[in-house]
Structures are given as structure tokens and as C-alpha cells.
Design a binder for this molecule. Sequence first.
Ligand code: GAR
Length: 196
Amino acid sequence: MNRSRVAVIISGRGSNLLALLQAAADPAFPAGIDLVISNRPQAAGLMFAKQFNIPAQVIDHTNFPDKASFEATLHDALITAHIEWICLAGFMRILSAPFIEKWRGRILNIHPSLLPAFPGLHVHEQALAAGVKFSGCTVHYVEAGVDTGKIIDQAVVPVLPHDTAESLAARVLEAEHMLYPAALAQIISLANAHQV
Ligand code: GAR
């Protein structure tokens, strides 16, 4: 089987990257993680790329005069590695419309809420302030507009009476680690089936 080539782009801890690497370690998974990119040199998640022997690149946005030149370098790195799909996994920059257009329908993101509720930052604080009884996570296509793209899949977790933002985040994160690999496998299998 020809596995689709996926790049994971991170900014920090990389626990979703690890979940994707672990899933892709199964030869039956329809994608391989072939490149890891971080926009932050200190991102802890870079060590997972090393651990799994996956090429990793730091493309530090602070070294570029503007977003267009940062994204041009990002695009070149992805093309050079023959990447077909991009998974944003805790990548904390907003991609511009021209970049998203180039990768239309090929960029996925995971967000730690049940979108369209609680987009943006401080998601768990928003959920607790709203008093919702359930929260969760969403894998969606990236479109221009923050956390607005078409939803691929979601997982629900309960909000418990004494939850703090930290305890809720930890519960949601566990669900993220199951949802992201499953959603990626689902859309790639679907895309491959349509190509046949
Ligand atoms: C995850 O909870 C992810 O959903 C969130 O950042 C965390 C990254 O953790 N992403 C966003 O908030 C994007 N808007 P990780 O680096 O351990 O995967």
C-alpha cells in the first residue's frame, strides 16, 4: 500500500504529534508521518520526531520579515518532502488565506473544544465560564478564518463539577489523542477511495 505523506506542524509540547506518530507506526495506518515542522526552536515535541526517526525542521517565524516569507519557506519544505496532507497539532500561528488556498482541503487542525463553541484561545476557561456540561475536541479542515473550517469529527467529554481549566484540558487532551489519528485515517481513506 502506498501510504499518504503527512507533515505535522507544531509549536510546543507535541502530545498530538506523538499520538499521530504512534498511530502511523502501524503499517495498516493509511498515512506515514514524513516530516515534522516546528515554528519554535524550543518546542518539546521535536524530540518525538527524533525518537521516531522522522525528519524535523525548525522554521522559526521570528526569523522572517513577514508572514508571506515565512509561509513561502514552509511551503517549499512541504513540497520538497512531497507532502500531501498537513496536520496542525498545537501550531499556534494563523495561516494566511493564500497559503491555505495552495493546500486547500489538505490541512487539518485539532482544536480543544466542540466547535463552533469556544474558538480561539483560553478555550477551557471559556467552557467553564459558560457553564457547559460537556466539552470535547474537534478535528476540522483549515479554512481562512480562525477555527471555522468544515468539521471532520468530534469527541465529547464531560465537564465535572470541580473542574479547573487544567483538569478539563487534561481530559480533553486524552480524547484528542484518540480523535486525531482516527480522523486523519478516515479522511485519507476516503480521499484514496475516491481516487480509485
Ligand atoms: C492541544 O490541546 C490542541 O488541541 C491545542 O493545543 C494543544 C496542543 O497540545 N490547539 C489549539 O488550541 C489550536 N487552536 P500538544 O502540543 O501537546 O499537541
